[in-house]
Design a protein around this ligand. Structure first.
Ligand SMILES: Cc1cc2nc3c(=O)[nH]c(=O)nc-3n(C[C@H](O)[C@H](O)[C@H](O)COP(=O)(O)O)c2cc1C
Length: 234
C-alpha cells in the first residue's frame, strides 16, 4: 500500500476488541515512526506500553486526579494503551514546542502504521492527562509530559468506524498575504511577538532567555570585580 493510500484509509476506532499487538510486533513500527523529522535529532520522546493491570493503575491515578472514590474504567476500553511522552532535552536551538511537535509526529505515524498493520487505534486524552497522579503512575521525569494514549486493539469484524468530513484542501492550502506598496507587510504593526506567541504557555523566547542569562553573567562579573578590587586594597 502506498503512503497516500494508507493515510486515506486510516480511521480511528473508538471500540476495539481484546487482542493487541505484542511487544515484538510493536518494535519495528516504533523504529519506523521514530524516523519523523527531528530538529537536531534530539529524540525528545518515549513510549510506554500499558497492558493488563497497568491499565487498572492508570484508572486509579485518573480517579485520584479527579477526586473520585472509584477507579476510572476508561483505560480498560482497549487491551493495549501506548502512552506518548514528550521528553524535553536541554537545547538552546530547539524550543519545547518543536520537541513536542516531534513527539506528536511519532504518535501520528505510529497510529498510521498500526492501522495499516490491521489494528484498531484511537488517540485519547482527558483533562487529567497532565495531572500529578497520572505523571507519577507513568514514572515521568520533571522534564516530561504526556501527550495522551494510543488505545490499540482488534478492529471489530463487520464494523466500520464513523466517517469524518472530507478535507477541503483548496481552502487549507493558501499563499501568504501580498506585501503593501512600499514593501511593508500588512499584518506586522510592530516587531514584537504575535498574540499567539504571547499566549504560549510559560514559554520564554530564546532571545529573552539569552538576555536574562547575559544580565546574570554581568551581575556575577561585577561582583567578582568588586571582590577582587577589595582584596587588592588589603
Ligand atoms: C492529541 C489528541 C487527543 C485526542 N483526544 C481524544 C479523546 O480524548 N477522545 C476522543 O474521542 N478523541 C480524541 N482525539 C481524536 C481522535 O483520536 C480521532 O482523531 C477523532 O475521533 C477523529 O477520528 P479519525 O481519526 O478517524 O478522523 C484526539 C486526537 C488527538 C490528536
Amino acid at each position: 500500500m502506498s503512503a497516500l493510500d494508507a493515510v486515506r484509509a486510516r480511521q480511528s476506532w473508538s471500540k476495539v476488541g481484546d487482542t493487541a499487538p505484542s511487544r515484538e510486533d510493536l518494535l519495528p513500527l516504533v523504529a519506523a515512526a521514530g524516523r519523523v523529522a527531528d530538529h537536531s535529532s534530539l529524540r525528545p520522546w518515549r513510549l510506554l506500553e500499558l497492558r493488563g493491570a497497568d491499565r487498572e493503575r492508570l484508572g486509579t491515578a485518573i480517579a485520584e486526579a479527579q477526586g473520585d472514590d472509584t477507579p476510572s474504567s476508561k483505560p480498560l476500553r482497549a487491551p493495549l494503551l501506548i502512552a506518548v511522552v514528550a521528553s524535553y532535552r536541554p537545547s538552546e536551538k530547539v524550543p519545547r514546542w518543536e520537541q513536542e511537535a516531534v513527539a506528536s509526529g511519532v504518535a501520528h505515524v505510529l497510529s498510521l502504521l498500526l492501522d495499516e498493520a490491521g489494528w484498531g487505534v484511537i488517540w485519547r486524552t482527558g483533562h487529567y492527562t497532565r495531572s500529578r497522579p497520572v505523571a507519577t503512575m507513568h514514572g515521568l521525569g520533571e522534564d516530561e509530559e504526556l501527550l495522551g494514549w494510543l488505545y490499540v486493539g482488534a478492529k471489530p469484524e463487520g464494523k466500520r468506524p464513523g466517517r469524518r468530513k472530507s478535507v477541503d484542501a483548496r481552502r487549507l492550502l493558501t499563499r501568504p498575504p501580498s506585501p503593501l506598496p512600499g514593501g511593508s507587510l500588512a499584518a506586522t504593526p510592530d516587531a514584537g511577538p504575535t498574540e499567539a506567541g504571547k499566549k504560549r504557555d510559560g514559554k520564554i523566547s530564546v532571545a529573552k532567555r539569552e538576555k536574562k542569562k547575559s544580565k546574570k553573567k554581568d551581575k556575577r562579573d561585577k561582583k567578582k570585580d568588586k571582590k577582587e578590587r577589595g582584596s587588592k586594597k588589603t
